[in-house]
Design a protein around this ligand. Structure first.
Ligand code: NAD
Length: 801
């Protein structure tokens, strides 16, 4: 029986359904942030900005416009720094260096603390200015960029006062030239300036041409905070100004964040200059979704990964890899979510995506998407209305692609997500690693074993499990492979602004040429040419040539093989194949190094005699020191550990040193045994496999080691030894794209060549003095070697609430 309602009664409505309808039909009203204070500041500056040098403004000779990408209005005219400006800034930083270093660590800490407080006091101003200049939503600048900037200065205020205690045996580098990109202008400034100052250096910063305003405001704040003049300088300008800074003779380090293309140019330009270098470059990071993931959570992750900051994020999860069984479902959910993303005025607090930084960037994005279509991809875009003015690009999903497609392999740096599917766990890993980059990865699975296994196997500097795009000052950030080298944040980021006692620059003079024997062989032993040692076997050289080795007295001591490019290729292949070493436990590696030392000791007399006959040095002393060094690094194998960070968010971060991979080691001519052991042992201890180029003058000491290696359980391919011309073999190793790192003890010319040739895969290089006392532990062993033999992976895992 129905309810009879009086004629005048309002019909009954289910309150829940009306709330739902209301919710669904509700329109967003405008929620603009007031930009009047920031605009007033810009007006007060007059029409044009100068450079901030030595604690005051220096008028610029030329200017260019800085445009608001959301409205296309000119916000300000920015100075185009020339070589005089750069000179003045470097001079100011140089003059400020000693007084800055003369302050107590505590006083420097207080300056950084004052900068952190300034950032907090002017937080809204900075957020608005950044949004006006860059086009990113105010929600992001207000809630992410600026709080992270403050956190960075606070964190490093602490480091400034702890540095002498926590980074013993190190010193500041000096004057640092820093060049940053436009995607996180103020945050990149903080990532560079805070650790550099905390470590006792002074700075010249070149912001990106599209986004200089927050750096200029920061300059003003630094003055108000009482930072001594010259400690922090800003020279604005375009790429040419950056190039002038990078090439300035009087800077001690270049810290660069930007594209891999420019990173390569800088590596080449600084080769042989002795300047320290860190490169934070591009990426093409995988976002891996397993079938057992919380799919809705992962969809929100995708939004963060690729539509945060319009996808203009170096670590953007731009390659979605989703398990085939849930792919259709997941893509449908992503599309649904894309329809709800709101694009518009970045000053509107309810906007998800703002404008792209510049017309040229917009063209680049369009070009990539059009190119993808031509390559057969399907491009899907949400029908989100775009504002009429301004440089906007809609969120875009690209399917029907393969790894070889340009859109999958190259960094678009825009809101464009490619999708590929995988069936198995190992296929996911293979696809994730199928890139020349290695900046970051995000893995989504409710199965912790699966997620952590994949995290360990992905070659990237940062891995997020069930989260993405998380950053913190205590956790290092930086890449593997062509994403660059060096870390920003954490203690590893601080080390990048210090020099160690062991960092002795390459020798000025080349070593004396290898002696040619001037007489016949003296001993009556059988004539035998030492072969090369590749993949655990003694092999003949590809060249078919050998070279004579002279004894110290000038007679013929023996012959060694003349290694060439082909031998290096084979050795690199063998080193890559020596997976047993890379997978061995630290305890296992220690056992092998102890055994190596033991076996060397068993033949100590023989090695001592050989060293004495080839070099006239005290052979017994050198062998003893080499055995001690092997013991030393055997001891380190299971003790050079990472850290666990507790960022303010509900995560825990494991900072884990991982091996660099396949390392070339060009050993010194002097101390043929101890020099080789001092470089090969730390690399091995950390799990790298090695191609060693031994002393050119006394290579027979290294070839005598083959049998010791054979009897010490060193797996085949973990150590390979190639005799011949050190200069030629070093060049071959430097230009080999499957060599991940290269240490070169030698003279300046060789170091320059190695650094120049390393740009192919941007391998990490360490060029150093060969001519040092290799028996002195202060300069020939230590943690500095282990740090150089590893790269830190930061693994973010949800933890607690
Ligand atoms: P970009 O390389 O074009 O420019 C970066 C900076 O270098 C700018 O200040 C520019 O003026 C300057 N520059 C240009 N040519 C130079 C030269 N020859 N010598 C010295 N300086 C020069 O990069 P971009 O377009 O501004 O930024 C986007 C790139 O930055 C992307 O590839 C992105 O992945 C990368 N990025 C990396 C990280 C990281 O931490 N790994 C962070 C943010 C951005």
């Amino acid at each position: 029986m129905g309810v009879i309602l009086p004629a005048t009664a309002t019909p009954w409505v289910d309150p829940m359904s009306s709330v739902r309808e209301l919710f669904e039909s509700m329109e967003y009203g405008p929620a603009p942030e007031d930009a009047s204070v920031a605009r007033q500041w810009l007006l007060e500056q007059g029409p044009s900005f100068g450079h901030w040098i030595g604690g005051q403004w220096r008028e610029a000779q030329e200017h260019f416009a800085s445009v608001n990408p959301a409205t296309l209005e000119t916000l300000a005219n920015i100075g185009r720094g020339n070589s005089d400006d750069v000179d003045a800034a470097v001079n100011a930083a140089r003059s400020a260096l000693l007084p800055w270093q003369a302050l107590s660590a505590d006083a420097r800490g207080r300056h950084l603390y004052a900068l952190a407080r300034q950032v907090q006091k002017h937080a809204r101003m900075l957020a608005v200015l950044e949004t006006l200049d860059n086009g990113k939503p105010i929600r992001e600048t207000r809630d992410i960029d600026v709080p992270l900037v403050a956190r960075h200065f606070y964190h490093h205020a602490g480091w400034a006062s702890l540095i002498e205690e926590e980074l013993p045996g190190s010193a500041p580098l000096g004057v640092i030239g820093q060049v940053i990109p436009w995607n996180f202008p103020l945050l990149m400034l903080a990532w560079k300036v805070a650790p550099a100052l905390a470590a006792g250096n002074t700075v010249v910063l070149k912001p990106a041409e599209y986004t200089s305003l927050s750096a200029l405001y920061f300059a003003k704040m630094s003055h108000e905070a009482g930072l001594p003049p010259g400690v922090f300088n800003v020279v604005t300008g375009k790429g040419e100004t950056g190039r002038t800074l990078v090439n300035h003779f009087d800077i001690d380090k270049v810290a660069f964040t930007g594209s891999t293309r420019v990173g390569r140019e800088i590596r080449k330009a600084t080769a042989g200059s002795g300047k320290a270098l860190t490169l934070e470059l591009g990426g093409k990071s995988p976002f891996v979704v397993f079938a057992d993931a919380d799919l809705d959570g992962a969809v929100e992750g995708v939004v963060d990964a690729i539509w945060f900051n319009q996808g203009q994020v170096c670590c953007a999860g731009s390659r979605l890899l989703v398990q085939e069984s849930v792919a259709d479902d997941f893509i449908a959910r992503v599309k649904n979510r894309m329809q709800t993303l709101r694009l518009g005025d970045p000053l509107d607090k309810a906007i998800d995506m703002g404008a792209v930084v510049d017309a040229s960037q917009l063209e680049t994005i369009r070009g990539y998407v059009e190119g993808a279509k031509k390559e057969g991809a399907t491009c899907w875009q949400a029908d989100t209305p775009l504002p009429e003015n301004g440089w906007y690009y809609p969120p875009t999903l690209v399917t029907n692609v393969e790894s070889a497609h340009t859109i999958v392999s190259e960094e678009v740096f825009g809101p464009v997500l490619t999708v590929m599917t995988f069936r198995t766990h190992s296929e996911a890993i293979a696809l994730a690693n199928n890139t020349r980059y290695g900046l970051a990865a995000s893995i989504w699975s409710e199965n912790i074993n699966q997620a952590l296994d994949v995290a360990a196997k992905i070659k990237a500097g940062v891995v997020w499990v069930n989260c993405t795009n998380e950053f913190d000052a205590a956790s290092g950030f930086g890449g593997y492979r062509e994403s660059g080298f060096g870390r920003e944040g954490g203690i590893e980021g601080l080390w990048a602004y210090r020099k160690n006692l062991t960092d002795l620059p390459p020798d000025d003079a080349p070593p004396l040429p290898a002696l040619l024997p001037d007489g016949p062989r003296e001993s009556d032993s059988l004539d035998r040419t030492a072969k090369l040692y590749i993949g655990g076997r003694q092999v003949r050289p590809d060249s078919g040539y050998s070279r004579a080795v002279a004894a110290a007295q000038g007679s013929l001591a023996g012959e060694v093989s003349e290694g060439n490019r082909k031998d290096v290729r084979n050795a690199v292949e063998a080193a890559h194949g020596a997976t047993a070493w890379a997978k061995a436990s630290a305890h296992g590696r220690a056992q092998v190094l102890y055994y190596f030392a033991e076996n060397l000791e068993a033949r100590a007399g023989e090695f001592a005699t050989r060293i004495e006959s080839l070099t006239s040095a005290d052979g017994e002393r050198e062998v003893r020191a080499a055995i001690a060094r092997l013991f030393y690094y055997a001891g380190w194998c299971d003790k050079f550990e990472g850290a666990v960070h507790h960022p303010p968010s509900g995560r825990v971060v494991f900072a884990m040193p991982e091996p660099i991979g396949v390392m070339g080691v060009v050993c010194p001519d002097v101390a043929p045994l101890l020099g080789l052991v001092s470089l090969v042992a730390p690399a091995l201890a950390m799990g790298n496999t090695v191609i060693a180029i031994p002393s050119e003058r006394a290579p027979l000491v290294a070839t005598d080691l083959y049998q010791v290696l054979d009897t010490s359980d060193v797996p085949a391919g973990a150590v390979n030894i190639i005799t011949g011309s050190r200069t030629e073999l070093a060049a071959t190793l430097a230009s080999h794209d499957d060599v991940d790192g290269l240490w070169c003890a030698g003279h300046h010319e060789m170091a320059t060549q190695v650094e120049q040739l390393s740009i192919g895969n941007l391998k990490q290089t360490w060029t150093m003095a060969a001519d040092r006392d290799w028996s002195d532990p202060d300069i020939a062993q230590g943690r500095a070697f282990l740090r150089r033999a590893t790269q830190v992976k930061n693994l973010w895992v949800p933890y607690g609430e």
